[in-house]
Design a protein around this ligand. Structure first.
Ligand SMILES: NC(=O)c1ccc[n+]([C@@H]2O[C@H](COP(=O)([O-])OP(=O)(O)OC[C@H]3O[C@@H](n4cnc5c(N)ncnc54)[C@H](OP(=O)(O)O)[C@@H]3O)[C@@H](O)[C@H]2O)c1
Length: 329
């Protein structure tokens, strides 16, 4: 392996110690613990990353909630799918990374840690103007957003309704849809409307009367042609099918239960959903480029020490976070 400083090491596998957050049981955030783990040296095609920031995503707390599995063999469960950090060692056959390179990486295993081993293939260079915390939160939400726009064929001239426009994924969908030349109408709590206006969207409050408010908006925008649901509520799904004519241009990343019955697109890891693996993986480089000159904004709502992962998850579970929650090891 090649380690920082350029020294080649041909010894037996060297384990590096790291702190990592694990779910010690199935349940709520109270099951999270910080433990010491051994991180093996990077094998072929892999790199060792000193993690500077690890973004929190809803999937992280869903995984240990018991909603998907309660298999005791998966405990303790490492968490965290995306990080930013510095490459500190590279394994054999690594092609373009060297020790000292600053990267962002998604999809990784166990990103809530001081150090992780990840495939070179899941990394891109950290956009130079993006601090560690926002850089860590760019790829999962961004790639999901790219997939929603690609699956619905969103293009110049579309009028796109985004449910949950102020959330991590929603802000990405809004910005990328505007970049495609679409008019965007986005739902959010009223205290997040100014942010949505800044991003180029027309904000609308969700809740009772949403359909009437949307009917008012289309008087100026023209008919809504695409709907992207990042929330999964009945209200989001029912208003989407009420206002968009072509159900193949309605996508949900959270309302999997009713997607089949409604004949709309379910995207991501849910049952029967389209994972969009190739589209999402191909989006990494494009997202990094758009973030590098500030075209794409990643808002960080709050940062936490690794030891405060449970607090970060409790905050995320409120469902009203405005931007990314990020752990700083
Ligand atoms: N399928 C996939 O590939 C995929 C990928 C990523 C995420 N997801 C899922 O997508 C969902 C959103 O993820 P995220 O990271 O964007 O979450 P997030 O950052 O926590 O954002 C959630 C947003 O939902 C909004 N919201 C809450 N209640 C609402 C309601 N009744 N109607 C409309 N908006 C409402 C909130 O807006 P206000 O604060 O303004 O109220 C908040 O900004 C999660 O369930 C996550 O698991 C799926």
């Amino acid at each position: 392996m090649l380690v920082k400083g350029g020294t080649r090491v041909h010894s037996e596998a060297v384990a590096v110690s790291s702190r990592a957050v694990v779910a010690s049981a199935y349940g709520g955030p109270e099951v999270l613990r910080v433990v010491d783990v051994d991180t093996s040296e990077p094998g072929p095609g892999n790199v060792l990353i000193d993690v500077r920031a690890a973004a929190v995503n809803a999937i992280d707390w869903k995984r240990y909630s018991g909603a998907f599995t309660t298999d005791p063999n998966q405990l303790p469960m490492r968490l965290g799918y995306e990080v930013s950090g510095v490459v500190s060692a590279v394994g054999p056959s690594v092609r373009w990374l060297s020790p000292g390179d600053e990267v962002i990486a998604w999809r990784v295993d166990g990103g809530y840690a001081d150090r992780i081993v990840a495939s070179e293939q899941v990394t891109v260079r950290r956009p130079s103007n993006l601090d560690w915390a926002p850089a860590s939160g760019l790829l999962l939400t961004g790639a999901t957003a790219v997939h929603t726009l690609s699956a619905t064929g969103t293009h110049d001239g579309d009028v796109v309704l985004v449910h949950g426009g102020s959330g991590g994924v929603g802000r990405m969908v809004v910005q990328l849809a505007v970049l495609r030349g679409a008019q965007v109408v986005a739902t959010a709590s009223p205290n997040h409307h100014d942010d949505l206006r800044t991003l180029g969207a027309i904000p609308v409050a969700y809740g009772e009367g949403l359909l009437d408010r949307l009917r008012d908006v289309v008087r100026t925008t023209g008919p809504i042609s695409v709907a992207i649901d990042t929330v999964g509520t009945d209200e989001a799904l029912d208003t989407s099918v009420a206002v968009v004519e072509d159900r193949q241009r309605i996508a949900t990343i959270a309302g999997f239960r009713r997607a089949g019955e409604l004949g709309i697109r379910a995207l991501g890891g849910g049952p029967g959903a389209d994972p969009g693996t190739l589209v999402r993986e191909a989006a990494r480089a494009q997202l990094a480029e758009l973030a590098s000159d500030g075209t794409l904004d990643v808002r960080v709502a709050q940062t936490y020490a690794l030891e405060d992962a449970a607090k970060a998850h409790a905050d995320g579970l409120t469902g009203h976070v405005h931007g990314k929650l990020v752990l700083l090891p």
